[in-house]
Design a protein around this ligand. Structure first.
Ligand code: URA
Length: 198
């Protein structure tokens, strides 16, 4: 679908997905959110970042990763030689779980079609999952992040690249070092001219 779509088609489809997310009431998170947070960035980015869910600042502003964890994510993105507007950033669940609790499986499932639609539209070469929730929902529910972070796995023609959530690095300095090293590996993956199977 995305291969056939013109840039204008993509903008229309994108606006439709954003609109559906902004007016969504598929789960209980819609009753406590201030703003749904669909995601932002370039629709033709070759890398898509998927976090866990909006926090307080994101809920207030309707934008992903604008709090403390977002500042670190911005730095990490710059280490790739990119800026935030040059990549696409979204979350597993688009509405804030109250008190920043973990998203529940039924909330992740209710929101999943939006993420799948975003992936289908953007067609990124690499999906970088931030934290264990995105790892479990998109790559493998049994994997431990400390064992698999920084290693790309190929699935459905896309590289999935799990790493730690930037918020973890705010509390555990060792995770920050791991994140920085993982982003060096991510940079190398993105610099490959073409995926090796083409
Ligand atoms: N943490 C997330 O997982 N996503 C955000 O947008 C902000 C903080």
């Amino acid at each position: 679908m995305a291969a056939l779509a013109t840039p204008d088609d993509r903008k229309i489809i994108y606006r439709d997905i954003q609109h559906q997310i902004l007016s969504c009431n598929r789960c209980q998170l819609s009753t406590t959110r201030k703003h749904a947070v669909p995601g932002e960035g370039r629709l033709d980015s070759n890398v898509l970042f998927v976090g866990e869910g909006p926090g307080e600042q994101e809920d207030l502003r309707g934008l992903p990763f604008v709090g403390a964890a977002g500042k670190l994510l911005d730095q990490l993105i710059r280490s790739l030689g990119r800026t935030r507007p040059e990549v696409y950033i979204t979350n597993l669940v688009k509405c804030r779980p109250p008190g920043n609790r973990d998203p529940l499986p039924e909330e992740i499932n209710a929101c999943r079609p939006y993420l799948i639609a975003q992936i289908g539209l953007i067609c990124p070469r690499v999906i970088c999952t931030l934290g264990r929730h995105a790892l479990h929902a998109l790559i493998n529910p049994t994997w431990s992040i400390s064992s698999v972070h920084g290693r790309a796995v190929q699935k459905d023609g896309i590289f999935f690249f799990p790493t730690f959530h930037p918020a973890a690095a705010l509390y555990h300095p060792a995770s920050k070092e791991d994140l920085i090293n993982d982003f060096l590996r991510l940079k190398a993956l993105l610099q490959q001219e073409k995926p090796p199977w083409i």
